[in-house]
Design a protein around this ligand. Sequence first.
Ligand code: URA
Length: 436
Amino acid sequence: MLSIIEARRDGREHSAGELSFLAEAAAKGTVPDYQLAAWLMAAYLKPPSEQDTALLTTAMAETGDRIDLSGLPKPWVDKHSTGGVGDKTSLVVLPILAACGLTVVKMSGRGLGITGGTVDKLESIPGFRMDLTPQEMKAQAARIGIAITGQSPNLAPADKALYALRDATATTESIPLITSSILSKKIAGGAEFLSLDVKSGSGAFMKSFDQARELAVWLKAIGEQCGLKVHAAITDMDQPLGSAVGNVYEVLEAWSVLNCDELSPPVERFRTLCVNLCSQTLHFVGLADSEVRAAILVADCLASDAAKDKFREWFEAQGADCSFMERGEGAFASPRAVQDVLAEKDGYIGRLRADVVGETVVDLGGGRKRKEDPIDPLVAAFVHKMVGDEVQEGEKVMTVYAASDASANDATTRLAEAVEISRSVIQPNRLILEVI
Ligand code: URA
């Protein structure tokens, strides 16, 4: 281990054997954490090459179970977002793709920090099981074309150990380390095609477009070296995505899109992103010979209720109480305290800081500060305006659902700071910034 740390410290290439040793040692706990932490810090300061990152990714994928999807109808696709505020895209994209004939198998994580996790959103629906075994997951995917589960403890266990150490040693924001972390789990999960949504902006891991682009380029290059077929879209996360930020309400919002309800402008923006990601993915896997034809397939799938029916079939298969599909918000306990955030002056929304909205929802109890914290699925912030919208003084910009009047007061004070109003017209960021 000492010579592996020295090689990294001095910026040299590793051998495949060294990287297998490192991954095995992390998975089995056979070298002390301080040596792994030293290697991680050295890797943060002297980033491993692309080739070393590919070798490390494969070695990490091999430290635990490998899910074998053979026997399921092809193409098999996994969709992954690097995480954002109000990002419930998977809940819309997966059933559309499954209804269009893809086999969608996905392992999801819990939210940590300001970005919400798909596991928490789905578990906020009573009965929804996120603990499918790999066998159950495969059987369900064979039956209905879609299955999702939480992270199996023995899938890429090296990542579990290294991720926890990165979190504790300020080495999370390293592009080679993020790349090997994400892709080792995807490879172990058996994916053939991987459709990535790399988020860029204040509400994302990667705050600037250049960082997000670099991560997307690495994910595609290393994924392909490891045998995955990778599509990556870089999308805007500088303002919250859609209207709802909060677990139950994000699932309801996803349902409203599939149910073809009348949508508010922020939810319409979210729908546009989902439809685009689906069209790109269908074209990428070869189910449509152009993106225009793919967009027609997606539109048909929504108009014919096929996507909505797939969503219901999926939720029923995983044990969810589906009464929210008929009853909407009425299927859940009423919010205990509701307060609005109002525009302080006339003008145009210049910024709606997704990071502040995400932090506020975490403080309300909708996310976690530590891994073991419980989640309150019923708290939320709703965004009614988007960057570039014209507003009048006193107009509603956001609404908070909180567990008490005191926490609603704190949240609205905080959210008022997330809103910047400009006197001059503002041009919002494009929703899809680049496709790699
Ligand atoms: N998601 C992961 O799985 N790993 C990282 O390092 C960052 C985001």
